[in-house]
Design a protein around this ligand. Structure first.
Ligand SMILES: Nc1ncnc2c1ncn2[C@@H]1O[C@H](COP(=O)(O)OP(=O)(O)OP(=O)(O)O)[C@@H](O)[C@H]1O
Ligand SMILES: [Mg+2]
Length: 312
């Protein structure tokens, strides 16, 4: 089993309108709702790959109820365990308005409900229970923190996973990433911007080395269409898709996380893990819905990902 943590889950609502204009009234062509938040995207991809996955984090209010109902209906939902912790506040919505004529999307992201100390304590109980179930192969800590949680929340979750001896991957940004890194996660998956913010270096290889020095045992830096640069104590690898694809890159990083963790759980060596992560994430760019991947594209790309050794 793999655990995904989404502390700031969301009900993703997508409106499609013929053409988006400020100050105007719009006719909505259709509305799509899906469970959102980075760890939920990771979980959906893990289940599609055939991995049993426990989903935890917080859910509350009407949007939280809807999110849980939709989670139970995703493909391969039989592989997903809903271990979300109820909260008094209402789960946020992230609203995307797709301009059909122009093809781009305008996002409105609610900040999320305030999580109280007792709710955080309940979550920690659930999280420890999952970590010590004897069945956990890895945990992914994903996305932003909701209001009310300490900025060191991820650092605490990294320490708990290390104490339980469970491989821990951290995918967040800003100060929660900086704090989490100091708790020595097994792997971080920053994108280029997050890595530069963290280290001050814009050269990815130099920045990844610096991130290891700051506490990450391994770094898998996702570099958009250039693929992934990975470093650990045994070596370095660069994995690149055969070319740049156009589409919707939202959630591509989450598919990369699912590829890395599923590969680890299956005992794949780094080059194969990276090839899977790159093919899955590139296949997410071409899928129209954010955070879903196109299986045919994935299978076609997988043997075409170039993995080369990079300086460690
Ligand atoms: N235009 C593209 N063409 C091909 N592959 C891409 C493209 N953009 C992204 N990818 C793939 O997706 C991976 C993740 O992309 P990116 O670095 O943008 O992640 P991210 O910013 O963390 O995404 P998010 O957090 O929105 O899920 C890349 O490492 C690459 O494998
Ligand atoms: Mg990301």
């Amino acid at each position: 089993m793999i655990i995904t943590v989404t502390l700031n889950a969301a009900l993703d609502v997508t409106y499609r309108v013929p053409s988006l204009r400020p100050h105007a009234t719009h006719r909505v062509v259709d509305t799509i709702e899906r469970p959102g938040g980075k760890g939920l995207n990771v979980a959906r991809v893990l289940a599609a790959l055939g991995h049993r996955t426990a989903v935890t984090g917080f859910a509350g209010g009407p949007a939280g109820g809807e999110l849980r109902r939709l989670l139970a209906a995703v493909p391969r939902a039989d592989l997903l365990t809903d271990a979300l912790v109820p909260i008094a506040g209402a789960t946020r919505r992230t609203v995307g308005v797709v301009d059909i004529a122009g093809g781009d999307t305008t996002m409105f992201n609610e900040p999320g409900p305030t999580v109280g100390p007792a709710e955080w304590a309940s979550f920690l109980d659930v999280y420890r229970g999952l970590l010590t179930s004897g069945d956990a192969r890895g945990v992914a800590l994903c996305g932003s923190l909701p209001p009310g949680l300490p900025v060191g929340a991820y650092a605490e979750l990294v320490r708990e996973a290390r104490t339980a001896g469970v491989y821990v991957l951290l995918d967040t940004s800003g100060e929660p990433l900086r704090r989490g890194l100091a708790a020595r996660p097994d792997l971080i998956k920053p994108n280029a911007e997050e890595l530069t913010w963290l280290t001050g270096f814009s050269d990815p290889a130099r920045a990844a080395r610096d991130a290891r020095r700051r506490g990450a045992r391994a770094v898998a830096a996702s570099l958009g269409a250039q693929g992934i640069l990975a470093l650990d104590e045994t070596g370095g690898w660069q994995a690149a898709p055969p070319g740049s694809l156009s589409g919707n890159p939202t959630g591509a990083g989450d598919s990369a996380v699912a590829g890395l963790l599923s590969g680890l759980a299956e005992g794949l060596p780094w080059p194969e893990r990276l090839a899977r992560a790159v093919a899955l994430s590139a296949a997410t760019v071409v899928a129209p819905a954010a955070g879903e991947y196109d299986r045919e594209t994935y299978e076609k790309l997988l043997p075409r990902v170039q993995v080369t050794a990079a300086a460690p």
